[in-house]
Design a protein around this ligand. Structure first.
Ligand SMILES: Cc1cc2nc3c(=O)[nH]c(=O)nc-3n(C[C@H](O)[C@H](O)[C@H](O)COP(=O)(O)O)c2cc1C
Length: 358
């Protein structure tokens, strides 16, 4: 069976597979379906209010009796800088004109917020079995409260140095996020994206450096990838991109079409969508302004001025300003219900592992 059962024993799931939290493109429905298939379902909370997060957890708890992971960003919030905003608006001016939008109109779009006291109270109230963080860990006081609530804590490391830091600061599980991964780089001790190791190089080095179980993430999209992660010493996998085309995700029809057409070389790491490096399918803004631009305001403020552009373009069925986060294995994604897909992942991985053991 599974060569390493540490994660299954810790999470009490059927399979050592984690549905990645994917803020903005999923909600309770995908969590429920993946959990019904035997994975650990993760609810991304970075773009949810406390009330909305509570409602989503209640929906999940009513529909499935399985452990859940609540996921939060934990970047240090910085206020929006008017000078940076002005430079960014100027850079985007031609797009505003093209779409007939007023650049001075107030913008009221949901953005990404870090874990704080209010969300911590929610964790204390709901006691999810697992809490995962992206961009490091929250401050010691908040983290201690999460752990006192009985939650196991996971966080992403993009380098060995980050993995050691996370273990020293109390993470129970390390997610080793290789450069192939879709979405934001979880990097928090470095800003140099050129240095970011790929999953194949990162996982065994993290496994050697820490004692806690390691979950491999980035570019894993089928049984072969899962078996390879175990061969590298991982105790489980976190899979995001390969779940995006499931009917239970909230990916919009034009973004779904872009994902279906993407190849292995269709994604890049960009900072223009939010201000922080993230991997996604190239869109018009990334092509014309990025993929990396010094004009993009600090995370998450770059996203604010893009919100009206995105909405107007999407009305025309275009993804010119939509962040279609996806990893390098996007082409392996399948359109399949998430429970079925999860069971297919597990079955194919076990078959591959037994062939290799053969
Ligand atoms: C659309 C999308 C959104 C993501 N949003 C989050 C998030 O909200 N929180 C988080 O911890 N990771 C997020 N990630 C990163 C995943 O946790 C994980 O590292 C990644 O999906 C693994 O690589 P893969 O996409 O190749 O499977 C996101 C990834 C994708 C594809």
């Amino acid at each position: 069976m599974w060569p390493d059962r540490r994660l299954i024993d810790l999470f009490k799931t059927e399979f050592p597979i984690v549905l990645a939290p994917m803020a903005g493109v999923m909600d309770a429905e995908l969590v429920i379906a993946a959990a019904q298939g035997g994975a650990l379902g993760s609810l991304p909370c970075a773009m949810l209010s406390v009330e909305k997060a509570r409602e989503q957890v209640s929906i999940i708890r009513q529909r499935v009796s399985a452990p859940i992971n609540l996921n939060f960003f934990c970047h240090v919030p910085v206020p929006s800088d008017p000078a940076q905003e002005a430079i960014w608006k100027k850079r985007l001016d031609a797009y505003y004109k093209e779409l007939g939008l007023d650049p001075s109109a107030p913008i009221n779009a949901a953005n990404r917020a870090p874990f704080d006291g209010a969300m911590c109270e929610l964790v204390e109230e709901l006691k999810p079995e697992i809490v995962s963080f992206h961009f490091g860990l929250p401050d010691q006081g908040l983290l201690a409260r999460v752990k006192r609530s009985g939650c196991k804590v996971m966080s992403s490391a993009t380098t060995v140095r980050e993995a050691i830091w996370l273990e020293e600061h109390g993470a129970d599980v390390i997610i080793a996020q290789g450069a192939e991964a879709g979405g934001h780089r979880g990097m928090f001790l470095t800003e140099n994206i050129a240095e970011q190791p790929g999953t194949f190089a990162l996982v065994p080095q993290v496994v050697d450096a820490v004692k806690v179980p390691v979950v491999a993430a980035g570019g894993i999209a089928d049984g072969r990838g899962i078996a390879a992660a175990f061969a590298l010493g991982a105790a489980g996998v976190q899979i995001g991109t390969a779940y995006l085309r499931c009917p239970e995700s909230k990916v919009t029809p034009p973004a779904r079409a872009a994902l279906a057409q993407a190849w292995d070389d269709s994604t890049v790491i960009t900072n223009v969508m939010t201000g922080r490096p993230a991997r996604g399918v190239v869109n018009r803004l990334m092509r014309e302004v990025g993929p990396i631009s010094p004009d993009a305001p600090t995370f998450p403020h770059a996203a604010t001025a893009l919100a009206p552009l995105r909405a107007a373009a999407e009305k025309q069925g275009k993804v010119d300003f939509t962040n279609i986060w996806a990893g390098q294995a996007v082409r392996l994604g399948r359109e399949m219900p998430a429970a079925e897909l999860t069971r297919a992942f597990a079955g194919a991985a076990l078959a591959r592992l037994s062939t290799l053991a053969g």
